[in-house]
Design a binder for this molecule. Structure first.
Ligand code: NAI
Length: 480
């Protein structure tokens, strides 16, 4: 029986391995992690991450051919194929701080693999890593190998949170990069055989290692760039009276462009886009390509601009101050159908409003108070470390309360900011909400989920990203 072990039981390791176990009942899959609470949660009825369809897949295979364990060394030793899906945070100190990937966790995983291995292994990069990481990993493994053969493959993950299970069932493509040697080719074929159980062969792409590593960074950079492009247009739409939804519909009808990822919003978030672009920027700089680095940097600058533009809209609309005012925040996760808050634009928007002394009442259907308080107190980039290594939660931000219902969040509020596109925000009883708010009552829709006209009829002053402005907002300054 082929044995697979995955180091790192996070958003990628957990769902990916659960699907492999489901599709390959004859393969034993162990997912290991140094975090005891995370592994306990994977073994409980409340999984550590929220992802539609995940519970069902885990329940079908857990205890049969899918195991979650903290006994990292035992499972690595027994495995034929070892996936590594550990954190790759942005460095906060030293060379490349604020841009380069911190490979501490990767390196320690590689050293441990070399230490405990007694048989040949295929080691698979599942984490997103800088180009040429495989070369460093190879060196660590071979210098410590005691005669054991390791083949390194790059198999970056393209799943999107919120649709991870569907993405894993029907991936657009699976990418496997390896050494262009007979042993490298053989390793690629071994991994290909696993995916070929459910992914059509023509969708499994094989390449050299560096192409595979770079393709993942490039794909995320292209996706983020589309969002920044449409967000840049949203600012121009507001200035000219054009409607960004109509513009992106017309643009997206061009089959060369396509309609996906063209929704204007308060900005992109999630654990990958910013981190991967910073990483790409750093690699370009290290390779003497400052023009290319600056090109990609701009994608992040526009994203930051979009968030501060939104905060400025809120403050300037509300008589240039939100000091002491209650602002309801609807949605905190970085997108709907996930409880993930890593790099969510809600953090920067909330911090911006708190900077102007607002009182915030936050509701998100999947994010709890502890997480929100941690996020608002944490320093930039600290979130991307195993939870037990993160700084202890500093004192909670007093001006923030977290409630479990949109109606409680909006009671007596002066304004509402919609920051995540949860479906339930479309069908709230906005008349009831209006009646219990301070007047004038404002809605700032950062995701274009509400019917602005209907809300205006109720009496709200409405701001929707990239849409023709309400008279109230027309002459107010909005520039960051
Ligand atoms: P995560 O933070 O949810 O999970 C990483 C896990 O690795 C943590 O549970 C941590 O405790 C564990 N870990 C760290 N060092 C370890 C070690 N030495 N031994 C055992 N366990 C260790 O991170 P996530 O989101 O799963 O991401 C993992 C990698 O995949 C990152 O490189 C990320 O950039 C990449 N990625 C993430 C995607 C996403 O949607 N979250 C999508 C595609 C790639």
């Amino acid at each position: 029986m082929v044995k697979i072990c995955c180091i790192g039981a996070g958003y990628v390791g957990g769902p990916t391995m659960a699907v492999i176990a489901l599709k390959c009942p004859d393969i034993e899959v162990a997912v290991v992690d140094i975090s005891v609470p995370r592994i306990s949660a994977w073994n409980s009825d409340t999984l550590p991450i929220y992802e539609p369809g995940l519970d069902d897949v885990v329940k079908q295979r857990r205890g049969k051919n899918l195991f979650f364990s903290t006994d990292v060394e035992k499972h690595v030793m027994e495995a034929d194929i070892v996936f590594v899906s550990v954190n790759t945070p942005t460095k906060t100190q030293g060379l490349g701080a604020g841009k380069a990937a911190d490979l501490t966790y990767w390196e320690s995983a590689a050293r441990m693999i070399a230490d405990v291995s007694k048989s040949d292994k295929i080691v698979v990069e599942k984490s997103t890593v800088p180009v040429k990481t495989a070369e460093a990993i190879e060196k660590i493994l071979t210098h410590n190998s005691k005669g054991i053969n390791f083949q390194i493959l790059s198999n970056p993950e393209f799943l999107a949170e919120g649709t991870a299970i569907q993405d894993l069932f029907n991936p657009d493509r699976v990418l496997i990069g390896g050494r262009e040697t007979p042993a490298g080719e053989k390793a690629i074929q071994e991994l290909k055989k696993v995916y070929a159980r459910w992914v059509p062969e023509e969708q499994i792409i094989c390449s050299n290692l560096w192409s595979a590593e770079l393709s993942k960074l490039a794909a995320n950079a292209f996706l983020a760039q589309r969002i920044s492009s449409v967000n840049a247009m949203s600012a121009l739409c507001e200035a000219t009276g054009a409607d960004v939804t109509q513009v992106s519909h017309a643009v997206g009808k061009d089959t060369r462009i396509g309609p996906k990822f063209l929704n204007a919003s308060v900005g992109f978030g999630g654990s990958c886009f910013q981190k991967d672009i910073l990483n790409l920027v750093y690699i370009c700089e290290c390779n003497g390509l400052p023009e290319v680095a600056n090109y990609w940097k701009q994608v992040i600058k526009i994203n930051d601009y979009q968030k501060s533009r939104f905060v400025n809209r809120v403050v300037s609309s509300m008589f240039n101050t939100v000091s002491g005012k209650k602002i309801a925040i609807l949605g905190f996760a970085f997108k709907k159908d996930t409880g993930d808050t890593r790099e969510t634009p809600a953090i920067d928007v909330c911090k911006g409003l708190l900077g102007d002394k607002a009182r915030l009442s936050i509701y998100d259907p999947q994010v709890n108070e502890e997480q929100i308080q941690r996020d608002l107190a944490m320093k930039k980039f600290d979130w991307d470390h195993p939870i037990h290594l993160q700084p202890l939660s500093p004192t909670a931000v007093k001006q923030v309360s977290v409630v479990w219902d949109a109606y409680a969040a909006t009671k007596d509020a002066h304004g509402i900011c919609i920051l995540t596109e949860w479906d339930e925000f479309k069908s709230l009883d906005y008349k009831k909400i209006y009646d219990q708010m301070q007047k004038p009552a404002f809605v700032f829709d950062g995701r274009n989920v509400v019917d602005a006209e209907k809300l205006r009829q109720i009496g709200f002053i409405v701001y929707s990203i990239g849409k023709p402005l309400d008279d109230w907002l027309k002459d107010l300054p909005a520039i960051a």
